[in-house]
Design a protein around this ligand. Sequence first.
Ligand SMILES: NC(=O)C1=CN([C@@H]2O[C@H](COP(=O)(O)OP(=O)(O)OC[C@H]3O[C@@H](n4cnc5c(N)ncnc54)[C@H](O)[C@@H]3O)[C@@H](O)[C@H]2O)C=CC1
Ligand SMILES: O=C(O)C(=O)COP(=O)(O)O
Length: 621
Amino acid sequence: MATAAAASRAALSRPHAAAAAARASPAAGARVTLPRRRSVRSAVISSSASAAAVAASEPAAGRVTLGAGTDGALWPKPAVLVAEKLSEAGLAVLRGFADVECAYGMSPAELLAKVAQFDALIVRSGTKVTREVLEAGRGRLRVVGRAGVGIDNVDLQAATEAGCLVVNAPTANTVAAAEHGIALLASMARNVSQADAALKAGKWQRTKYVGVSLVGKTLAVMGFGKVGSEVARRAKGLGMHVIAHDPYAPADRARAIGAELVSFDEAIGRADFISLHMPLTPATSKVFNDESFAKMKNGVRIINVARGGVIDEDALVRALDSGKVAQAALDVFTEEPPAKDSKLVLHENVTVTPHLGASTVEAQEGVAIEIAEAVVGALRGELAATAVNAPMVPAEVMSELAPYVSLAEKLGKLAVQLVTGESGGIKGVKVVYTTARGPDDLDTRLLRAMVTKGIVEPVSSTFVNLVNADYTAKQRGLRITEERVSHESPAAEAPLESIQVRLSHVQSKFAGAISDGGDIVLEGRVKYGVPHLTVVGPYEVDVSLEGNLILCRQIDQPGMIGKVGNILGQTNVNISFMSVGRTFRGKQAIMAIGVDEEPDKETLEHIGHIPAIEEFVFLEL
Ligand SMILES: NC(=O)C1=CN([C@@H]2O[C@H](COP(=O)(O)OP(=O)(O)OC[C@H]3O[C@@H](n4cnc5c(N)ncnc54)[C@H](O)[C@@H]3O)[C@@H](O)[C@H]2O)C=CC1
Ligand SMILES: O=C(O)C(=O)COP(=O)(O)O
């Protein structure tokens, strides 16, 4: 009985239960990863009611407004801080779900002071979401929404470490940016802004502002993504010959538009005009520098509506002064706004606009709605289609995987509770998926993340979600390997037959969970949409994973179920499910008992004192 008593003590000590309860995990099922607090389900909040709530209380420190959940209970409404001008259409979407504060033009210090009061922050390109900002928001900030494409102003690594999802609005401003590129191309070629300024200053200078024609000229599109390809399409319409460089662009997309994909050197070497459309990343930072300007044709013209940082601006000034670059048209700058005495901005051969690429009425409305919907979805715990630092999981895949997501988390959570404190931490986790699907049809990142969440959260204060799961596992030295076992399922439409979680090189507080190979092994399946535990160590069981679980290992003999059931019944603990699995008749058996309530310590000890019971463990789900 010493084993049972020890198991009982170990099973009863749950040092992190309070922390786990305080974190209030999301509702089981399709709601997956993000909410640290219970989130409001917007469907049940009428927009007028929430608008009234917003009007009634301008957000302030510590202010929490309550919204009603589907079950009628009141939950704190999320708070969203909008740091840069967002179109009214997007604000209306946000207000239907959250308290919204628009605080445009904050200084970095003001943002730092405020951010911890919000669940989500929405920015454009003018706000730097630094590690400091993300650290300041830790504990509450769950989503950063970038109302636009470029996320070079957000510290993605810091966001990922903090489990903060970053979403952007990647499509709504594509055409606006492409149109602005074309506007700059044409106005530069014809000296429109210089001639306009001269005429307004009273100078009629027709010979000074003779331009160059576009037709028949070669345009190099650097970065053949959404904007780049739209620029290319329009330039073809202007009669230009379009070449493009993009190491990752599919050749058929270029072919469809009639653009020729070439190397970087060939693109810049052949072009009369070079238009930049790649993101600013460590790899593209200052790729247009003295060396690359030297490879260009004399008198080349450059358009930049991407990011200022892809150009070495001092080198560009030198190239403009020497005439190597005849003209440049720039919408973006390394530092925004640029210094008032910037040689580049003031250069007479340079046309500038103050980062207006996305600034059309139509684009701003589209971007605002796109980002508002993404942020609301993320706050609801849905997986975002425009996630920048997490795998994107389409809604239909998500709904199909939902019960498996829950199963994966529960298996992880059960497995970690079986490990003794003396194990020195879990190092090796293997997740085995038995499935009829091939890797292309089954993306397991979400399931892996949920196993990690299940393993890490019960034993730490770390909040784990799809964003930071892999990072967290790595930080904790947790090596998670995955294996697929092919299975020709009769019900082949099910994405998975089973998920198995194996913990290696650990001691278990419940020897019955140890497989022949020495690992803690738990396996589960989804039955009628509900996760079930189906294997514990070498034993087959079948218990629905709802409520909590008691595992008992006993000698296989009659009357055991009745004895345990009696003890639980005496203290009003409702048994939801019970299953017995054994290796051989009369030898060892395992009883898996699902209980709605948590039995008290004495009740568990009573179970432990049943003579045939060799060990037992109480596990929280
Ligand atoms: N001025 C403005 O207001 C706006 C600026 N932008 C900027 O335009 C850029 C492109 O935006 P989208 O086309 O929407 O993005 P995108 O992601 O669709 O396209 C970017 C393309 O650049 C390519 N690329 C990456 N590294 C490269 C490299 N080293 N060399 C060449 N190509 C490379 C990628 O493969 C991708 O095809 C972004 O930097 C974005 O921030 C976008 C909208 C408005
Ligand atoms: O979407 C982008 O990448 C842009 O550069 C647009 O920036 P903005 O939202 O206008 O500050």
